[in-house]
Design a protein around this ligand. Structure first.
Ligand code: KG4
Ligand code: ZN
Length: 334
C-alpha cells in the first residue's frame, strides 16, 4: 500500500510517498530555516505563506521521485495537529482537495505520533509496545506506545519543551536559529561540569518535566555576567546546560521504564538528534539492559516520510477524515 503524505506543521513543507508504513519511496522537504533565521525563530505568518507557495511543487516532486502517479497512490495522509495553526491549515486543505479530486481516502495524522513512527522507517524490527521519549521544539512527552495507534502519556513538560529551552538558552548565548542544533555543534568540546544547574522536579508527578527554571538560570547567569562587564565561556555554559537537560530526560525515562516494566526505549522528535542525548541515553540503556532505538539523523526533524509511516498504521486501524477535517494547534497524542 502506498501513501502520499504531507507535513506542514512548522517551518518545513514536506511530502513523501511511503510503502506499507516502512519504506520511503521519496522524501521532499522545502525548508524555510534561512528565512526565519533573521528573526531568531519561526514567524508563523511567514511560515503559512511559504507553505502555500511551496506545497504544490513539493507534492509533485514527491510523486515524481517515487516514480508513481496519483492514480497509483492508495491514500493521502496529512498532519492535522498539533502545530502552528496557519501552517497546518495549508497542508490540511491541500490534502483534502487532493484526496477529493483523486477520490482517495484521507488519513489525519497526529504530529507526535508521526515523530515516533519515524523509527519504523529505519528499524524494521521495531514494533510496539515500547516506551518513547518524544522531544521536539514544542513537546516533551514520555509515552507508553501500547500498539501502533494506542498511546498513553506517562509524563510531560509543565512549561517549556526541552527543544524550546535549548533554543532559548542558545539564543541568549548569541547562537543563531535553530538554537538547539547550533548549541550541540558549538559545545562539543565544552566542559559539562563548569556550571551547576538545579534539577527541577514536579511535586507529586515524578515523570513530568519542568525546564523553565533551567532556562531562567542560564539567563540569570548571562545577565549577571553582562552587568559586571564579563562574558561567559559559551562552550562550557552550553555544555553544562545541555548536560542538565539531558540528565533530566534520561532519569525520567529510566523511571518510566521501571514503572511500566518496558525493556525497549525509543527516542523521537527534533531534539533526538542531539549528540549528548543520544550518547547518554545509549550509556544508560546499556547499563540497565534496555534496548534503545533512535531515528537516523535525517528522520529526527520534521519530514513527511514519518507521516506516511504513521498514516499507514492509522489507515489499518480505520482512521479516516472527510472533507470537514480541520487543523488544531493543540491536541493530545492519546
Ligand atoms: O521535531 P522538530 O523538528 O519540530 C517540532 O515538532 O517542534 O524539533 C525542532 C527542535 C528545535 O527546538 C531544534 O532546536 C531541536 O529540535 N534540535 C536540536 C538538534 N537538532 C534539532 N536540539 C538539540 N540538538 C540538536 N542536534
Ligand atoms: Zn516536529
Amino acid at each position: 500500500m502506498r501513501i502520499l503524505a504531507i507535513e506542514s506543521s512548522c517551518d518545513e513543507t514536506a511530502a513523501a510517498v511511503v510503502e506499507n508504513g516502512r519504506k520511503a519511496l521519496s522524501n521532499v522537504i522545502a525548508s524555510q530555516v534561512e528565512e526565519h533565521k533573521i528573526y531568531g525563530g519561526v514567524v508563523p505568518e511567514i511560515a503559512s505563506r511559504r507553505h502555500a507557495e511551496a506545497v504544490s511543487a513539493v507534492v509533485r516532486q514527491a510523486l515524481t521521485d517515487a516514480g508513481v502517479t496519483l492514480k497509483e497512490i492508495d491514500a493521502v495522509a496529512v498532519t492535522y495537529a498539533p502545530g502552528l495553526i496557519g501552517a497546518l491549515l495549508v497542508g490540511v486543505n491541500y490534502a483534502k482537495s487532493l484526496a477529493y479530486a483523486a477520490n482517495k481516502p484521507l488519513v489525519p495524522v497526529h504530529h507526535l505520533r508521526s515523530h515516533i513512527a519515524a523509527n519504523y522507517l529505519c528499524h524494521p524490527e521495531l514494533e510496539p509496545p515500547f516506551l518513547c521519549l518524544v522531544v521536539s521544539g514544542g513537546h516533551t512527552h514520555l509515552v507508553d506506545v501500547q500498539d501502533y495507534t494506542t498511546f498513553h502519556v506517562l509524563g510531560k513538560t509543565r512549561d517549556d519543551a526541552a527543544g524550546e529551552a535549548l533554543d532559548k538558552a542558545a539564543r541568549a548565548m548569541g547562537l543563531p536559529y535553530p538554537g538547539g542544533l547550533n548549541l550541540d555543534r558549538v559545545c562539543k568540546n565544552g566542559d559539562p561540569t563548569a556550571f551547576r544547574f538545579p534539577k527541577p522536579r514536579v511535586d507529586g508527578a515524578p515523570l513530568d518535566f519542568s525546564f523553565s527554571g533551567l532556562k531562567t538560570a542560564v539567563l540569570n547567569l548571562l545577565h549577571n555576567a553582562a552587568q559586571k562587564g564579563q562574558t561567559l565561556p559559551v562552550e562550557d555554559l552550553g555544555a553544562s546546560f545541555q548536560s542538565a537537560v539531558v540528565s533530566l530526560l534520561c532519569e525520567h525515562t529510566l523511571a518510566a521504564a521501571k514503572e511500566t516494566n518496558r525493556k525497549t526505549i525509543v527516542l523521537a522528535g527534533g531534539v533526538s538528534a542531539n549528540s549528548v542525548l543520544r550518547r547518554e541515553m545509549a550509556k544508560m540503556c546499556k547499563e540497565h539492559r534496555l534496548r534503545l532505538f533512535v531515528p537516523e539523523l535525517p528522520l529526527c526533524g520534521d519530514n513527511a516520510t514519518m507521516v506516511g509511516a504513521q498514516g499507514y498504521y492509522e489507515f489499518l486501524a480505520g482512521t479516516r477524515a472527510d472533507l470537514t477535517l480541520n487543523a488544531y494547534a493543540t491536541r493530545t497524542i492519546e
